[in-house]
Write a protein that binds this ligand. Structure first.
Ligand SMILES: [Mn+2]
Length: 343
């Protein structure tokens, strides 16, 4: 499945790499792993994302040409590229402005992704919904190229894998996730160092606000759904980073019998970030997609305009509808939409 991409990497010299808006650890780890591999082959490579990401990934970026899109500076780079890699997304819109400009530039597009729904754009596609992460697919690509994985590439790909497997806890975790991770460790990745940099660097504000919101948490659907809300007033008093706060729903998942945990964060008045986690019994990726966001079966999110209390009730009803479907997999996307419309 890698032949075409291996050939294209051999034939071309200048690449641009991008991923989805609000790139997470899998997106960034995959971008940087691929970037470093292509640089070792002597290629010209730039990573250009449409929106900024959490600073927690900065430790991966030493010497990496990683930019947040600036039309004046970056349009020429996109137009001059021989090909573009779009990683970890199945919906071009989620690539934001950079995705749009890549399409307009008319350069070949290579998509590498692992979301449940297939990829509908791009000239060469690898869409493997059984892969635990895009990072694992980049690992496979480098191997298919006969490439060597050094410590820096390994560290980036390890971040990608631990992010999308929830530190090897999500149902998507399979033997291959561990086998690839074991190989990455053999290249010098120190799991505790990565864990510390990703998970043990929180601000006091994050902890305080997590405490407040956990104290206020509520249940729905007979205790199968746990949720909590942070109003803008509370949010602005503590001002933690949004990217820190979206980790908060994992605590809701610790409650017995809870299958879905939801955080409603009013980032600004009338704008609510909904962050969802699931045990695997429900597919929160489907809920996020209906809300105009994205994600996976076990972890997903969306940003919605509207009143906090209204959004709470819509999303919780979606989650209840989702839980009520006997066999969610067997329902076509159109039927799923119909099912949700009654709420
Ligand atoms: Mn991913």
């Amino acid at each position: 499945m890698w032949d075409k991409i291996v050939k294209l990497i051999g034939d071309k010299d200048t690449f641009v790499i991008t991923s989805h808006i609000k790139a997470d650890g899998d997106a960034i780890g995959s971008e940087i792993g691929l970037y470093r591999f292509l640089k070792k082959l002597g290629k010209n490579v730039s990573i250009i994302n449409s929106s900024p990401s959490s600073g927690i990934f900065n430790f991966l970026m030493d010497g990496v040409d990683f930019k947040v899109f600036d039309p004046e500076r970056d349009m020429d780079t996109i137009k001059a590229a021989d090909a573009a890699f779009i990683l970890d997304l199945n919906d071009l819109e989620r690539a934001g402005d950079v995705g749009r400009h890549i399409v307009e530039a008319g350069i070949p597009i290579i998509v590498i992704d692992h979301h449940q729904t297939g990829v509908t754009f791009g000239d060469i596609k690898v869409a493997d919904k059984n892969a635990c992460s895009t990072g694992q697919l980049i690992y496979d690509l480098i191997k298919a190229c006969g490439g060597k994985i050094d410590r820096e590439i390994a560290e980036a790909l390890y971040v990608a894998i631990v992010t999308d497997t929830g530190m090897f806890n999500f149902p998507v975790t399979d033997p291959k996730a561990h086998i690839v991770a074991a190989d990455l460790l053999s290249k010098g990745v120190k799991p505790f160092m990565v864990h510390r940099k990703l998970n043990l660097m929180h601000s006091w504000e994050y902890l305080w606000l997590t405490g407040i919101s956990l104290f206020e948490c509520r249940s729905a659907h007979g205790g199968r759904i746990a949720y909590t809300s942070i109003t803008h007033d509370i949010f602005k008093r503590y001002k933690p980073l949004v990217e820190e706060l979206i980790l908060m729903p994992q605590y809701l998942m610790a409650i017995k019998d809870v299958e879905v945990g939801i955080l409603f964060l009013e980032e600004s008045p009338g704008r609510v970030h909904v962050e969802l986690r699931a045990t695997g019994a429900m597919d929160v990726g489907e809920i996020a997609k209906l809300l105009g966001g994205g994600g996976h079966t076990s972890a997903a999110g969306a940003v919605i305009e509207g009143r906090l209390d209204e959004i709470e009730s819509i999303v919780i009803n979606y989650a209840i509808a989702c839980a009520g479907a006997v066999d969610f997999e067997s329902i076509t996307p159109r039927d799923r939409k119909k099912m949700f419309e009654k709420y």
